[in-house]
Design a protein around this ligand. Structure first.
Ligand SMILES: C[S@@+](CC[C@H](N)C(=O)[O-])C[C@H]1O[C@@H](n2cnc3c(N)ncnc32)[C@H](O)[C@@H]1O
Length: 279
């Protein structure tokens, strides 16, 4: 039985998180790769003049990229604060003209939009991971507002990769603080709740769970990818490459794009990206 979705909790969390949301992709090379792979799929599936709903847009890292591609964008998010930051960042990028609307909304209820309103819908960075027992319903809504033949680009938190990177890396500390039972529960359910979540409640997905859920909807999988795979745990060497050898860094990003698509990599890191075609 999945945890009951609490919209007030998540809007409050992201109101409080504020500007950190804009900066998170720049914290280390792994997060840079994460950004780059998400961008790769935007650039592969979104075209100039597409009418796009970006749901859970947050501070606007991908709103700016959508604007640069030339899409016309309706920006949506459950957090008022994130929408305000989004407005500032898009304005600073000189792309306000690409914004058709900016609305506080919940992906669980998109009834303000008619069916098939958008050429493409983007829901990156895990909004689907925050709606717990309402995920199936939210997916239905995201697909309903996408035109038939159009694409929905999603990413969710990954259970295996996030557990490995954030829980197992400091297993004895975590067990001392939270107890073995709470770590066991995260591993069994993928639900990050209680003290161990450190305030960040979410559902982390295994690829096979996400795939099974998608298979019950009117869509087909067009692409799937981890958001990074090769980046090592100790990022010092990668940091040097990123700052000192732009050509090698570009090559590394290409290797990541290639490897991240492999079935054996999908669960491997913090996020799973999937692009589905609305049937
Ligand atoms: C991790 S941020 C991702 C932001 C951006 N899409 C990105 O990938 O950089 C998640 C965003 O989803 C928003 N969000 C969470 N639950 C949501 C919901 N049910 N409906 C709409 N937005 C939601 C949060 O407020 C937050 O801005």
């Amino acid at each position: 039985m999945s945890m009951k979705y609490d919209p007030a909790y998540i809007s409050h969390y992201y109101d409080h998180y504020g500007e950190q949301e804009w900066n998170r992709f720049d914290l280390n090379p792994t997060n840079k790769v994460n950004f780059h792979i998400h961008l790769h799929y935007l650039q592969s599936f979104i075209r100039a003049h597409d009418f796009v709903l970006e749901a859970g847009a947050g501070a606007g890292r991908f709103t700016v990229e959508l604007g640069k591609i030339g899409a016309n964008i309706v920006v949506g998010d459950i957090s008022r604060k994130q929408l305000d930051i989004n407005e500032t960042k898009v304005h600073e990028a000189g792309l306000s003209g690409k914004i058709i609307g900016r609305e506080q909304l919940d992906i669980v209820d998109l009834s303000r939009f008619q069916s098939e309103s958008f050429d493409k819908v983007v829901c990156y960075g895990g909004a689907l991971s925050y709606v717990f027992d309402q995920a199936d319903h939210a997916l239905n809504e995201l697909l309903r507002v996408t035109k038939k033949g159009g694409y929905l680009l999603l990413s969710v938190m990954s259970a295996l990769g996030t557990t490995r990177r954030h829980l197992i890396a400091e297993l004895s500390n975590h067990i001392a603080h939270y107890g073995k039972e709470s770590i066991h529960k995260v591993i069994k359910t993928g639900e990050l709740l209680g003290n161990v979540a450190n305030g960040h409640h979410c559902k982390m997905y295994r690829w096979r769970e996400l795939e099974a859920m998608l298979n019950t909807h009117e869509c087909s999988i067009a692409a799937s990818s981890a958001a990074n795979f090769l980046s090592p745990e100790h990022e010092h060497g990668l940091h040097e490459i990123m700052n000192q050898s732009p050509e090698l860094w570009e090559q590394f990003l290409q290797w990541e794009i290639d490897y991240c698509k492999e079935p054996g990599a999908l669960d491997g890191r913090t996020h799973i990206i999937v692009v589905v075609k609305r049937e």
